[in-house]
Design a protein around this ligand. Structure first.
Ligand SMILES: N[C@@H](CCC(=O)N[C@@H](CS)C(=O)NCC(=O)O)C(=O)O
Length: 209
């Protein structure tokens, strides 16, 4: 399998899922600004939106969207596979919440350089509401459901952006504790450390260009 990714982007959730399963696909880094791979290949034929993640399966299928890749990866490995249909639905529900309510509604307007003050204020208000909802859910829980799933891989990836966005998680103590706990998992800390190093290399290349 090939995972098209950008350092510290939402594609890190797939890397975490692979590492949690003790597996590793081939990682292909995408410069999402230039829409090119590291060797200069045009990325737009892989994803016309120029976004990561994309997963090329061993059958040659190109899968896009976190909500599709993450359940697909989970299905490949016993450690991540949902125990039954009810658990699969719970995971999909959380993936929907993280992808729409947190990632796109609350964080993208704060991260996107093309955003503006109005969009950022709107997003901060939405983020506060969504994080309060998450905080109430995580109170007394170790994971989103009763064990680590790909939904946790996506959530820790998105919460990781809060530092760069000056969102202080102290206001949501259960979310803050959850983030610390999940980030300390060996597979997660390995993925974060590797992607942080790649991110700094990318920034250095951009500054040198
Ligand atoms: N709906 C997509 C969103 C993917 C997405 O937002 N990817 C971001 C990185 S977190 C990206 O590639 N941004 C570059 C761009 O939009 O040009 C999914 O869930 O996979």
């Amino acid at each position: 399998m090939d995972l098209y990714f950008a350092p510290l982007a939402c594609s890190m959730a797939s890397r975490i899922a692979f590492y949690e399963a003790g597996a590793a696909p081939r990682f292909l880094e995408v410069d999402t600004r230039a829409k090119r791979l590291a060797d200069g290949t045009d990325y737009l034929p892989i994803n016309p939106l120029g976004q990561v993640p994309v997963l090329r399966t061993d059958d040659g299928m190109l899968l896009r969207e976190n909500a599709v890749l993450l359940p697909y990866i989970a299905e490949q490995f016993p450690a991540l596979r949902p125990a039954d249909a009810a658990e699969a639905l719970q995971i999909r529900q959380w993936l929907g919440f993280i992808g729409t309510e947190l990632h796109k509604l609350s964080f993208t307007p704060l991260l996107d350089p093309a955003s503006n003050d109005g969009a950022r204020a709107y997003a901060r208000a939405k983020a506060a509401q969504r994080l309060a909802y998450l905080d109430a859910h995580l109170e007394g829980r170790d994971f989103l459901i009763d064990r680590f799933t790909v939904a946790d891989a996506y959530l820790v990836t998105v919460l990781n952006w809060s530092r760069a966005m000056a969102i202080d998680l102290t206001a949501w103590p259960a979310v803050k504790a959850y983030f610390g706990r999940i980030a300390a998992r060996p597979a997660v800390s390995r993925a974060m450390a590797e992607e942080a190093a790649l991110y700094h290399q990318l920034q250095a290349r951009r500054q040198a260009a």
